[in-house]
Design a protein around this ligand. Structure first.
Ligand code: 2HA
Ligand code: ZN
Length: 273
């Protein structure tokens, strides 16, 4: 089967397109990566080429060795993903040590993997271990309301988690473990990758101050649903704070606790008073 005929590639392209239309990908902003299932690799194997050079990842991800990833290219615009997928994305495989990658499909015209490849792979490694292999998607985008809040809320996991949980009953149910926050850092390198992957040991969501957000999940729908929920709650909070600096009423910590049993979730107790 051709890569572009596969369900996973089509779904990847749609998520990029959806994110662009939500205004989360100005210019070449944001990126997406997907750790392929072994059967998917077999499905498209005839369409792959194994003659390319090996390149340093810039970090080490030994537990992802020999695996295949569909990733967005650096410099590519999400806006163009559906029109020029073979240029805007590509499949890489890792070497036996998890230190190098080889491009095996796509990335035409000299394109290379996302500048955030170290963050994506280190996050994918951490969440693979945390979920016994279940999580496969890492998505990074620049949503307006989440970024706006990083100028206003204290840059702590507790402040972001509690404020965003309060904004809609669904929020604590969708991200019960909470949200991690990375202070402002230079993007694209190992340092921010290490800081983010440390948070991904606990959370499915990490906010980068004055930059954007990373989310992770088992599949495209769940990962999309997560960022959609977080950004919506951020928008509500921006609106509430624009109207008043004091909420008249809210969902209380006692209310949160009442959700645990019926919705089969356990909230991170550190974020309740
Ligand atoms: O892909 O968003 O953080 C461009 C970025 C880097
Ligand atoms: Zn970014």
């Amino acid at each position: 089967m051709k890569v572009l005929e596969s369900e996973f590639a089509q779904r990847f392209i749609r998520m990029c397109d959806d994110g662009y239309h939500r205004g989360w990908h100005e210019r070449n902003g944001g990126n997406l990566s997907y750790r392929m299932i072994q059967e998917e690799v077999e499905q498209v194997k005839d369409d792959l080429s194994f003659t390319g050079d090996w390149h340093e990842i810039g970090t080490e991800v030994p537990s992802l060795k020999d695996e295949y990833f569909l990733v967005k290219c650096t410099g590519a615009y999400m806006m163009n993903m559906a029109r020029k997928p073979e240029e805007c994305m590509g499949i890489i495989r890792l070497d036996h040590e998890g230190k190098k990658y080889q491009i095996v499909w796509g990335m035409h015209n000299g394109m290379k993997p996302t500048s955030e490849l170290p963050s994506h792979l280190m996050n994918l490694e951490v969440v693979k271990a945390r979920t016994n292999g279940k999580y496969r998607v890492v998505y990074h985008c620049h949503p307006v309301n989440v970024i706006a809040l990083t100028f206003v809320l204290p840059l702590t996991d507790k402040a972001f988690t509690h404020e965003l949980w309060e904004m809609a009953t669904e929020c604590p149910i969708v991200f019960p473990a909470g949200i991690g926050v990375v202070p402002w850092m230079v993007p694209g390198g190992k340092e921010i990758a290490v800081a983010t992957s440390k948070l991904m040991k606990t959370y499915d969501v990490a906010i980068w101050a004055h930059h954007g957000i990373f989310v992770t999940g088992p599949d495209f729908d769940t990962t999309w649903g997560l960022i959609d929920t977080v950004e919506k709650s951020a928008e509500i909070l921006v609106k509430v704070r624009s109207m008043t600096d004091k909420k008249r009423q809210t969902i209380t910590d006692e209310d949160f606790k009442k959700l645990e049993e019926p919705f089969h979730v356990k909230f991170n107790p550190e974020f309740l008073k």
